[in-house]
Design a protein around this ligand. Structure first.
Ligand code: A3P
Length: 309
């Protein structure tokens, strides 16, 4: 069974015609393979290992989309006191899932021991109007992780993901500049731009949570040097320091750090870390200047600044 699932998954990941991010079959297979390959082998079985149960997450990675959420989750999974939900659950941002209730949510979590923290990641939560209040209703003292990167880079990454998804499903694609500029001005209605207005989204979260409940991971740093960012997360979660530099190695071909744990080496899926288009410099300047004020407001809000453009 495990062999069949892994083979089907590998076939799909190697086939350029398979939709990478949104294909339902792909996602299902991916999660099955993740379940089978999880550090705790027992996740592969439906039988509850003695002493474990499925727990509501004590920590959620709330976003941001294209911030590096998958890398953060997989790198944290190296920690023996962390177990992660294999798929994006979309419980708090999709009404059709939210109405299924908290037991449905719990049923999607992996088995964990009492000394382990369950982490779920759904990047759509950060920009969802409903998610903050719903998460607060579930657990008002929850610890949240938010990974952010330069807002302009995030827009380009968001565009690149949609571009490839459209190519793979044989839909027409547009140049970045043709989407971002409309009638000579910045198209601020473009969803990818709206998602990068971190101050606007953060304001909603801070209506429900104290700032010290939200730990912000620097997505740009996680790419260049993952360990220090992960050690900050360990401290935020009050976990012993267990993630080591030996858990990572730089893969020249991929151009990113990959993960080494339990005697296995693995890089993130090929849809993570794809080359970005070269963007016209005037358009880049327009984006930088549009985000500048929003970034400044965001820095004041979180009492910390980043070296974004
Ligand atoms: P790009 O594909 O645009 O480079 P998310 O998982 O939230 O969708 O974020 C995807 C981004 O994670 C990638 O965006 C990539 O830059 C970043 N990332 C961070 N660390 C990575 C790693 N070790 N391997 C691959 N991508 C990584």
């Amino acid at each position: 069974m495990a062999f069949l699932l892994v083979s089907a998954y590998l076939l799909l990941t190697r086939s350029h015609s398979a939709p990478v991010e949104n294909g339902a079959l792909m996602e299902t297979l991916k999660s099955q393979v993740l379940l089978l390959s999880n550090k705790s082998e027992h996740y592969s079985t439906q039988v509850r290992p003695p002493g474990t149960s499925r727990r509501i997450p004590q920590t959620i990675i709330i976003g941001v989309r294209k911030g590096g959420t998958r890398a953060l989750l997989e790198m944290l999974d190296v920690h023996p006191n962390i177990v992660v939900a294999a798929t994006e659950v979309h419980f708090f941002d999709w009404d059709e899932n939210y109405v299924k209730g908290i037991e449905w949510y719990r049923s999607l979590m992996p088995f964990s021991y009492e000394n382990q923290i369950t982490i779920e990641k759904t990047p759509g939560y950060f920009t969802s109007p409903q998610a903050p209040e719903r998460i607060h209703d579930m657990n008002s003292s929850i610890k949240l992780l938010l990974i952010l990167r330069d807002p302009t880079e995030r827009v380009i990454s968001d565009y690149t993901q949609v571009y490839y998804n459209r190519l793979e499903s044989h839909k027409p694609v547009q140049l970045f500049e043709d989407i971002v500029i409309k009638n000579g001005a910045l198209n601020t209605k473009y969803k990818a731009i709206q998602r990068s207005l971190y101050d606007i989204h953060m304001e909603r979260w801070l209506k429900h949570f104290h700032l010290d409940q939200i730990h912000i991971v620097d997505g740009n740093t996680l790419i260049k040097d993952p360990l220090p960012e992960l050690q900050k997360v360990e401290r935020f979660l009050n976990l012993p320091s267990r993630i080591m530099s030996s858990n990572f190695y730089f893969n020249q071909t991929k151009g990113f750090y990959c993960i080494r744990s339990d005697g296995r080496e693995r890089c993130l899926h090929e849809s993570k870390g794809r080359p970005h288009p070269i963007v016209n410099s005037t358009v880049l300047e327009q984006l930088y200047s549009y985000f500048r004020e929003h970034n400044a407001k965001f820095y004041r809000m979180i009492k910390h600044s980043f070296d974004w453009h």
